[in-house]
Write a protein that binds this ligand. Sequence first.
Ligand SMILES: *[C@@H]1O[C@H](CO)[C@@H](O)[C@H](O)[C@H]1NC(C)=O
Ligand SMILES: *[C@@H]1O[C@H](CO)[C@@H](O)[C@H](O)[C@H]1NC(C)=O
Ligand SMILES: *[C@@H]1O[C@H](CO)[C@@H](O)[C@H](O)[C@H]1NC(C)=O
Ligand SMILES: *[C@@H]1O[C@H](CO)[C@@H](O)[C@H](O)[C@H]1NC(C)=O
Ligand SMILES: *[C@@H]1O[C@H](CO)[C@@H](O)[C@H](O)[C@H]1NC(C)=O
Ligand SMILES: *[C@@H]1O[C@H](CO)[C@@H](O)[C@H](O)[C@H]1NC(C)=O
Ligand SMILES: *[C@@H]1O[C@H](CO)[C@@H](O)[C@H](O)[C@H]1NC(C)=O
Length: 774
Amino acid sequence: MPSKQSLLSLSLLFFLHPTTGTPSDLRYVNPLIGSTAGGNVFAGASLPYGLAKPVADVDGQNTGGFSTDGSNVTGFSSLHDSGTGGNPSMGNFPLFPQHCPSDEINGCRFGKDARKKHYKPESVVAEPGYFGIELVDGIRAEMTASRRTAIYRFTFPPHEEKGEDPVISIDLTDLWESRQNASIEIDAEKGRVKGNGTFLPSFGAGSYQTYFCADFSGAGVKDGGIWVNDRAGSEPKELFVTRGFNNFYIQAGGWMSFLRPDDGTITARVGVSFISTEQACSNAESEVSDPISGFEKSQEQAKQAWSQKLSPIKITPGGVSDDMLGAFWSGVYRTMLSPQDMTGENPLWESDEPYFDSFYCLWDAFRAQHPFLTIIDPHQQSRMVRSLLDTYRHEGWLPDCRMSLCKGWTQGGSNADVVIADAYVKNLTGINWELAYKAMVNDAENEPLEWSYEGRGGLQSWKKLNYIPYLDFDWMGFGTNSRSISRTVEYAYNDYCLGVVGEGIGEDGYTTYLSRSGNWRNLFREDQPSFLENGTNTGFTGFFQPRYLNGTWGFQDPIACSALASWCSLTSNPSETFESSVWEYLFYVPHDLSSLIDLVGGTDSFVNRLDYFHTSGLADIGNEPVFLTVYEYHYAGRPALSTKRAHSYIPRTFNATTNGLPGNDDSGAMGSFLAWSMMGLFPNPGQSVYLISPPFFEAVEVTHPETGKTATIRNVNFDPDYKRVYVQSAKLNGMPYKRNWVGHEFFTQGWTLELTLGEVEGEWGTKRGICHLV
Ligand SMILES: *[C@@H]1O[C@H](CO)[C@@H](O)[C@H](O)[C@H]1NC(C)=O
Ligand SMILES: *[C@@H]1O[C@H](CO)[C@@H](O)[C@H](O)[C@H]1NC(C)=O
Ligand SMILES: *[C@@H]1O[C@H](CO)[C@@H](O)[C@H](O)[C@H]1NC(C)=O
Ligand SMILES: *[C@@H]1O[C@H](CO)[C@@H](O)[C@H](O)[C@H]1NC(C)=O
Ligand SMILES: *[C@@H]1O[C@H](CO)[C@@H](O)[C@H](O)[C@H]1NC(C)=O
Ligand SMILES: *[C@@H]1O[C@H](CO)[C@@H](O)[C@H](O)[C@H]1NC(C)=O
Ligand SMILES: *[C@@H]1O[C@H](CO)[C@@H](O)[C@H](O)[C@H]1NC(C)=O
């Protein structure tokens, strides 16, 4: 939670610990930021990239399990994703503690709706590695996590008068009741409950099996059994449930009752696995050998692990508020909740390579999150890339979205290509680049039969016509035949990424891809105007438009699918642009912005468009395609306007409140946008380029975890009220520096950038021409 400590002692803390990560950074992390109003963050306990993610689940906004929306707690479960949209992910096998009237097992409430209870809002405590909450009936639940084990501590208030003993139930369900078959087995003597079930992924195809092993300690077990539809018994001790022929869903699970211990506290250690119940038990036993003392130990280890992960970054606040620090550090924290390291928990294939899951989705994460991990945790980023390649090796395709061992829906291009190219230009080690290139070429050349969850569609047209046609004639594969504009611009960028890697490793074919990377031009309709809904002409001409197979233009209103019009996704109002407008996708040429600027009439015209876009309500700051547009002024030689734009969104739309995210965090994508912005650099993935804009703090240092060199960005004339935010002049390693960007060497070599600030736009960085790459 953000601390109330004075700024004076704050800077003292930083002064006292200038080089090592200290818990002083951790205390700014508030996992509840984005826990309501659609942020959908996971607010519970987790290790960095941890698989076990215990939290309270609610019946309100429960996509990440818990929400500070004041709804009811339905249980406490151990698997979650963070920040995703759509169906809530996982939340399997929730525990629920209660007292049952008259101490009669059939007086308990078992079903989700029957048992749920409001929580006391002021009781919620969330910090890295810990989540605590009290229900209105006075039962307190605390939880922490090791990698594949959740530990819960339930404290039952004294209840002697009524003589009611504590009962904890386990429900064979998940957050969206997707369970198919499931089994449970109760061993009351050992105080152990084991089970498994088959569930559906929240944004993908197929199903997955998951397993748990729960051990209860701290109290004598009185009895145990199973329940079905709110009726319970001590016999039998095993249960199998399935979906009937009409897909009927039955509520069922197990329960255990206890003799209330003097301190009222019962500990549940829940091992999870995707391999077997035996492995769930052995995971728990090896990670947390003694459940009772294990709680504090695991909590401490989680804190240490987070502290270590945050340690590459040092902030000199320079007088900015604790809220700004809280927003920043929490954003950094959320970039490492997902993807989840499931190495050793992959039942799909045998391999010595790492396995990560919850790339949910790369469409969101390639833009800022993976580049962020590349600077603060390059070792893990490299393991993630290896996992993508291993998935290609065993499933035949790179993932685009992946959750709970299943293929997730592809939103546009084959964006693993971008993650790989970014790793390549930033020299990540340990990656087989020949294999990587092969996997990328597969995306670009071979159309899968089912391209809604892998590869690309419309490849015949892509190769022949050099754009994805509106109403394509595509008999080679199946997918949602929409998004012809957004797929065209994404495929072009993806092909650029192939070109980069191909050229780098000396593959002849790379020129084909660099040339295809210019395909976005083919959908630019020079004479296309744009009107607002009330008929006002925006005054801008020249937009992407859909184009039929025969080359004739189709039409999509440039403002359609923007925040001013209606939402367009795969299923809701599918259009030629995905989740955003023609207006926004116009700026989506990350690899060729120089050409785009020329195409729309030069820098002034480009800057006017960006301004109009950001100030008219057309820009959707709550969704990832907008990210780079905030900084594209740099390419027109107007870095001051990028700075101005960033300050117009932060903290107004990204801040330290529970509703402080403008959209789904998407596994940390929003967190990484915020973190980069506040650090004063912004990446353009697939290129060794970081756009410079002054940090929101006096200084930021980033120590490269592998080279040990420290990169520094320091503001001279820093002003915590952000009146002086414009760079007047810059020095790199003490020498005058005119470019408005730096390369990745800045981080690996530990360079120092000094930015002298003033109140008005200066001359610095106004020379156009970052990289004309194609
Ligand atoms: C909490 O549960 C109660 C009882 O079922 C219900 O009336 C109420 O709407 C729920 N509250 C929220 C915010 O979901
Ligand atoms: C569920 O169990 C039934 C009956 O044992 C079996 O036929 C079916 O294949 C199982 N389905 C899944 C998804 O495991
Ligand atoms: C699930 O558990 C039941 C009962 O313990 C067991 O019979 C079954 O084989 C398990 N299923 C899987 C897929 O492991
Ligand atoms: C149309 O809408 C825009 C944006 O809301 C507004 O500025 C403009 O005045 C409106 N024009 C008319 C004719 O209503
Ligand atoms: C091209 O195809 C579209 C859609 O079928 C059709 O409306 C249009 O008339 C065709 N244009 C020409 C020049 O044939
Ligand atoms: C914080 O951000 C949210 C989401 O963008 C916004 O609705 C809210 O007004 C902001 N709060 C403050 C105090 O700026
Ligand atoms: C990557 O390695 C090459 C060869 O060692 C070197 O020339 C280049 O500067 C490095 N790039 C970065 C971004 O560190």
